[in-house]
Design a binder for this molecule. Structure first.
Ligand code: PLP
Length: 353
């Protein structure tokens, strides 16, 4: 019997499927910087249609998509209200400040990943010689650090309405927007109708090897293409990657519901294990955040010992752990992971199993 390996650190570990690899091999390509890669063009048209925006541009990553997304709404010296748990604030190397000269202003996300419309209204700058201009507001859905929390159409619209009333555009970091769409059973275009721009990742739960899309109005995406070029994101025969992205959109979206069911199964099993704290109701998509503070093991040792028996999870700081489901994680893998966590909590797992 070969040892089981359960990858729960992130859905970014998903490897391209057989059909993606085939599509990559067969992809019709051209020079995309010259606008002549037909496969990229098809993917961009598809993304624009799926998000209900006028246009889309293929970018190398979600990070590049968010940076290009913010740059295309703002000018240096602008302020951008974002959630204090947002990916843009935590994990994008302060690119908005370094490249865009932007000042990020954090507003509380709470546990829900939302921004409160009243807080956003209060954060939007009025006219005063001392003030920076508010360049745009950024939302995130599903919310990574808030345990994959899903924002509803209404929650996003209430923030967008406040921003728009002051003439401020809204960018959505929708790295996992298809997870939100599946969780809500609502088409992406409806879910994101109130925001001006949206990025989504092909390379997470959708399983493509590389790539994200930034979507917005035609005029906005024209500006974005220039920023992408400036950042070194103009790529040539990149249809080989876009081909995998098209397969991801065709074949991976509907099955995200399965990942959500597996995350729920994990969340429902964890509370039975002594030392593990989690509110199963907090799990709304494919991310499970739980706390191991009450375990006898130190958090780092918990991660290491689990990895030794083939179950990989990640820390999101201190005693908080994160497990993310994907198509590479089966229901049997979840049961195995629960069994290993339970054994570890009783300290019955030998150090080298
Ligand atoms: C992963 C992620 C990103 C960044 O995507 P990369 O492709 O890893 O650069 C942005 N926002 C959120 C919410 C993410 O989860």
């Amino acid at each position: 019997m070969t040892a089981r390996s359960v990858e729960l650190r992130s859905d970014t570990f998903t490897r391209p499927t057989e059909s993606m690899r085939r599509a990559m091999y067969d992809a019709e390509v051209g020079d995309d910087v010259w606008g002549e890669d037909p496969t990229v063009t098809r993917l961009e048209e598809r993304a624009a249609a799926l998000t209900g925006k006028g246009a889309a541009v293929f970018v190398s990553s979600g990070t590049q998509g968010n940076l290009v997304g913010l740059l295309s709404h703002t000018r240096p010296g602008d302020e951008v209200p974002v959630g204090d748990q947002s990916h843009i604030f935590w994990y994008e190397v302060a690119g908005a400040a370094v490249v865009g000269g932007l000042q990020l202003r954090t507003l509380p996300n709470g546990q829900s990943g939302r921004l409160e419309p009243v807080e956003v209204r209060a954060a939007i700058r009025g006219v005063d010689v001392h003030f920076p201009r508010t360049g745009c507001v950024a939302l995130e859905n599903t919310h990574n650090r808030c345990g994959g929390a899903v924002l509803t159409q209404e929650q996003m619209r209430s923030v967008a309405d406040v921003a728009h009333a002051s003439g401020v555009p809204v960018h959505l970091d929708g790295a996992r927007i298809f997870n939100a769409s599946v969780a809500l059973d609502l088409p992406v275009a409806d879910l994101v109708a109130s925001v001006d721009s949206v990025t989504f990742c092909l390379s997470k739960g959708l399983g493509a090897p590389v790539g994200s899309l930034l979507c917005g109005s035609e005029e906005y995406i024209d500006r974005a293409r220039k920023w992408r070029k400036l950042l070194g994101g103009g790529m040539r025969q990149v249809g080989v990657l876009a081909a995998a992205g098209l397969v991801a959109l065709d074949e991976s979206v509907d099955r995200l519901a399965e990942d959500h069911a597996h995350a729920r199964a994990l969340a429902e099993g964890l509370p039975d294990i002594s030392g593990i704290a989690i509110d199963p109701a907090s799990v709304q998509s494919n991310i499970v955040v739980f706390d191991v503070a009450a375990l006898e093991l130190e958090p780092e040792e918990f991660i290491t010992r689990l990895a030794e028996v083939g179950v990989r999870i990640a820390s999101v700081g201190g005693s908080k752990m994160r497990a993310v489901t994907s198509y590479e994680v089966s229901r049997a893998d979840i049961d195995y992971a629960l069994q290993k966590v339970a054994q570890l909590s009783q300290n019955t797992v030998p150090a080298t199993a």
